[in-house]
Design a protein around this ligand. Structure first.
Ligand code: F3S
Length: 413
């Protein structure tokens, strides 16, 4: 049972103050699902010491793969959809457990497929777009600088905060869905000015040029500091694809949801690299991460697209495969969103990749799909996040390599 704001304030338990509209939702006047959503958000707000709610302009909800949420998750979502829950802001989904069209090519069986479809249907009945991607910012869910959002995929959160300058905490799937239903989230953490200040300076002494270098850098920093807001000094150039893969790595080896890069990311100009602890990251730190994330032996699967590939990345893979073929007994799987896949199809990149023997899957990824069903034993990837998780999620070996090297490991010599 939740207490009114007046009661909370009287008890001195929390300073969370709701406006009259929020009070009415909490009392159930907006329906039972909005009441439950508000109860969840108020509980989080109380624990985190939020003083008020803030309106959010979009949500991105994780916990979409049947493999992750299981039957209990299916029942929870169907119950909410059946009770009339509706989102009030644009809301997209994280990757689900299979390509919604090409699931049979991934070794997915019918039982898994039907559970996954029930999950997607439940979200759609709530008004959520079935855009299943960890790069919503590439396919229409792109907040503006300074906007407050409620996102729950760790790499997307880091990208929204750091590269776009939007503001989101690390939401869980249920709290992001609750925020989507009431259009608000508790105002604390990275929604606040003070939560966005750097906590440590990272002197980048290693040369970082390729996307894989940026992934290793993110992984090394996440391992070293765990949490906090790093301010990077010494990076002179970085494109959005490099920052995208670095976000994923920072959030995988650590819990980092925001960073600044002097001269590059949009909020970095506010902060001076002084008065904080400094950490140096050199070439040997990157090499150590490469070793930690790599296994002995010959990979039989190359996975590209963690986070989901952009159109430029699709073009790069297609270009690399021109005049080459994936070797017998090996595979090259590329992961992206449906919208980017459609664009890549129109541009001819999907045909080039698939004529060379590769496969392009959308709506899912190597970590959230049941990759073990496909029968591979060793994955190579350019993404430290994918190599970090796949040994436990798919019970197979993993290695990291630069994109060109990773592709070379599975094509004919
Ligand atoms: Fe995206 Fe899956 Fe990687 S959700 S960031 S491709 S682990």
């Amino acid at each position: 049972m939740f207490r009114s704001t007046d009661e909370l304030l009287k008890d001195g338990v929390a300073a969370l103050k709701l406006n009259s509209e929020e009070e009415r939702m909490l009392e159930g006047m907006g329906g039972q699902t909005a009441k439950k959503a508000m109860e969840l958000l108020v509980a989080i707000g109380e624990v985190m010491g939020a003083e008020r709610m803030v309106r959010v302009t979009s949500a991105q909800v994780s916990g979409v793969s049947y493999g992750n949420i299981g039957d209990a998750g299916v029942e929870f979502l169907e119950e909410w959809a059946g009770n009339g829950a509706k989102v009030v802001i644009p809301t997209t989904l994280n990757p689900c457990g299979m390509d919604l069209e090409r699931w049979s090519e991934m070794g997915i069986d019918d039982a898994y497929r039907s559970k996954q479809i029930r999950i997607i249907d439940a979200f759609m009945r709530m008004g959520v777009s079935a855009t299943c991607t960890c790069t919503p910012y590439l396919v229409g869910n792109h907040p503006k600088y300074g906007e407050h959002v409620a996102w729950s995929e760790s790499s997307a959160i880091c990208y929204a905060n750091s590269v776009i300058g939007a503001r989101t905490n690390r939401e869980g799937g249920p709290s992001a869905l609750a925020a989507a239903i009431v259009g608000r989230t508790p105002m604390y953490g990275l929604h606040m000015e003070e939560g966005r200040r750097p906590t440590v300076i990272i002197d980048v002494e290693a040369e970082v040029r390729t996307r894989h270098d940026f992934s290793l850098l993110g992984y090394a920093v996440g391992r070293r500091i765990g949490t906090g807001v790093p301010l990077f000094v010494g990076i002179t150039r970085a494109d959005k694809n490099q920052l995208k893969i670095m976000c994923a790595a920072l959030a995988a080896s650590g819990g980092i949801a925001l960073f600044h890069i002097q001269g590059i990311t949009p909020e970095a100009w506010r902060y001076q690299p002084q008065g904080l602890d400094r950490i140096q990251i050199g070439a040997s730190d990157l090499e150590e991460c490469r070793e930690v994330l790599s296994s002995e032996g010959d990979p039989d699967l190359c996975c590209i697209g963690c986070p989901h590939c952009s159109l430029e990345e699709m073009e790069e893979v297609a270009r690399m495969l021109r005049g080459r073929r994936v070797a017998r007994g090996k595979a090259l799987w590329v992961w992206t969103s449906k919208a980017v896949r459609d664009e890549a199809e129109r541009a001819g990149y999907v045909r080039e990749i698939e004529e060379a023997g590769g496969r392009v899957f959308s709506d899912t990824c190597m970590v959230v799909c049941p990759l073990e069903k496909a029968g591979f034993s060793h994955m190579v990837t350019d993404s430290c996040k994918a190599a970090h998780y796949v040994p436990s999620t798919a019970r197979m070996r993993a290695s990291v390599a630069d994109l060109r090297e990773a592709v070379a490991m599975v094509v004919e010599p």
